[in-house]
Design a binder for this molecule. Structure first.
Ligand code: MV4
Length: 450
């Protein structure tokens, strides 16, 4: 097992990882920018190292500074959290070259799934159902030929993309040229790679993702699925597990397909396989090779600590759990508490004057916020996550309403009022929503949710 883990992240996820390390008896090193000297993740770590200026490229993305911090403190492993360097294959390689363990999959699997064309082709060969589409299309003639098989409407997507950047819709053949050119320009600007591919457009899908855990020795299990359809501009706001849209047959089938594929791939670590789900069918879109923000709802319904499992696997331990050991219990919902105006979503950095998180049975708050803390303007606006767990979805909604009512965050604006409105929407109560629901109900009708 590791003696000391450096956490190459900030905010609630750095705290989350520190908690897992503490329970395992592993010492922790926090790194921080000059803007984060007062942050809770620094206070709760055993040691801390300032690694640079506020902009992330100077600190949380500064690989030489992070490697130097490992060497100064004698850390033998790095947990990257999510975002920042979590899916940077070069970072994983560099750590390996310095004899520091990367708490994540192999650099090869990170790179494979980082390329969305290769990731999809890999998934298809492993028996996972994928969205009908093309390989790389380098020019209009190739795109036209591929489009004839796929049909319209279709999406042009960036191979280096994910999260929706560099994605363009072509409703008809006459929009293909413009979509191709726009997607390639956006991809080049955003990722320095203009490789794009085509996919049949699914109009009203849900976003359902399967959590997997594997040890690189050919053992892999699934931890069920999450429904992450409620999002705005590719920022998830509400996630729940299990998905209210699936029946037990569909759930077991897709989850077992994914686990079998991860065994064949000899995948190691925690992973999330993302699907669009429409009209009873699943379509793979991409795989994430990191711990995700919404891992907490899976923890609530399985009783497992996913960060502890990640650390054990990175230290070379085989999976200690078989699929039959995983018992799914009840329902969980996560609400992302962002420092944002709940109507416009404009960031609202500043000083928190009062902070009173809710508590009680089935309520969990993962947050680095405290009264007197000043949220810096340099990073994403997630300041905490409210996670509720109960035996049924209905009880979970009642508990969520109660917890939101207790939650006090003064001095800044937050997304809490948005969730208070959401829980009285009939479609939300009924679990009747797709990936467009939130945006459809926000902008045009400000008297209801906006
Ligand atoms: C799609 C799609 C419809 N059809 N692919 C957006 C982010 C990226 N991860 C994949 N995305 C989508 N891919 C096909 N073939 C619609 C989306 C999409 C979306 C997906 C998941 C969650 C929210 C979304 C919001 C808008 C579009």
């Amino acid at each position: 097992m590791f003696d000391k883990i450096l956490i190459a992240n900030r905010g609630e996820i750095a705290l989350r990882i520190e908690r897992a390390c503490k329970e395992l008896g592993i010492a922790t090193v926090a790194v921080h920018s000059t803007a984060d000297a007062d942050a809770m993740h620094v206070r709760l770590a055993d040691e801390s190292v300032c690694i640079g200026a506020p902009p992330a490229r100077d600190s949380y993305l500064n690989i030489p500074a992070i490697v130097a911090a490992c060497e100064i403190t004698g850390a033998d492993a790095v947990h990257p959290g999510y975002g920042f360097l979590a899916e940077n294959a070069r970072f994983a390689e560099i750590l390996e070259e310095h004899d520091i363990a990367f708490i994540g999959p192999s650099a090869e699997h990170v790179a494979l799934m980082g390329d969305k064309i290769q990731g999809k082709e890999t998934a298809r060969k492993l028996g996972i159902p994928v969205v009908p589409g093309s390989g790389p299309v380098s020019d209009l003639a190739k795109a036209r030929r591929a489009a004839r098989d796929i049909g319209f409407p279709l999406l042009v997507k960036a191979a280096a993309g994910g999260g929706g950047r560099g994605m363009k819709l072509a409703l008809f053949e006459n929009e293909l040229e413009a979509a191709l050119s726009a997607a390639r320009h956006e991809a080049q600007a955003a990722f320095g790679d203009d490789t794009v591919y085509l996919e049949k457009y699914l109009a009203k899908p849900r976003h359902i993702e399967v959590q997997v855990l594997a040890d690189g020795l050919g053992n892999a299990i699934h931890l069920g699925e999450r429904d992450c359809s409620l999002q705005r501009r590719h920022q998830k706001l509400w996630e729940e597990a299990p998905s209210p849209a699936l029946n037990e047959n569909e759930r077991v089938q897709i989850c077992e397909t994914v686990a079998a594929a991860m065994r064949k791939l000899r995948y190691r670590g925690l992973g999330t396989v993302e699907f669009l789900y429409e009209a009873g069918a699943f379509y793979f879109i991409e795989m994430n090779t990191r711990l995700q923000v919404e891992h907490t709802i899976t923890e609530m319904i399985t009783g497992l600590d996913l960060v502890i499992e990640q650390i054990r696997i990175a230290a070379g331990a085989p999976l200690s759990l078989r699929q039959e050991d995983i018992i799914f219990n009840g329902h969980a919902i996560e609400c992302r508490i962002n420092a944002e105006n709940p109507h416009t979503f404009r960031p609202s950095p500043g000083t928190i004057t009062h902070f009173h998180p809710p508590g009680g049975l089935g309520v969990r708050v993962d947050s680095g916020a405290y009264a007197g803390y000043t949220i810096p303007p340099y990073y994403d606006s997630l300041i905490g996550k409210l996670i509720v767990h109960a035996r049924t979805r209905n009880e979970c909604l009642m508990r969520l309403k109660r917890a939101l009512g207790e939650f006090v965050v003064d001095g800044i604006e937050t997304t809490i009022p948005l969730f208070t409105s959401l829980i009285s929407e009939p479609d939300i109560v009924d679990g009747n929503y797709d990936i467009h629901w939130l945006e459809d109900h926000l902008s045009p009708n400000p008297t209801r949710l906006g």
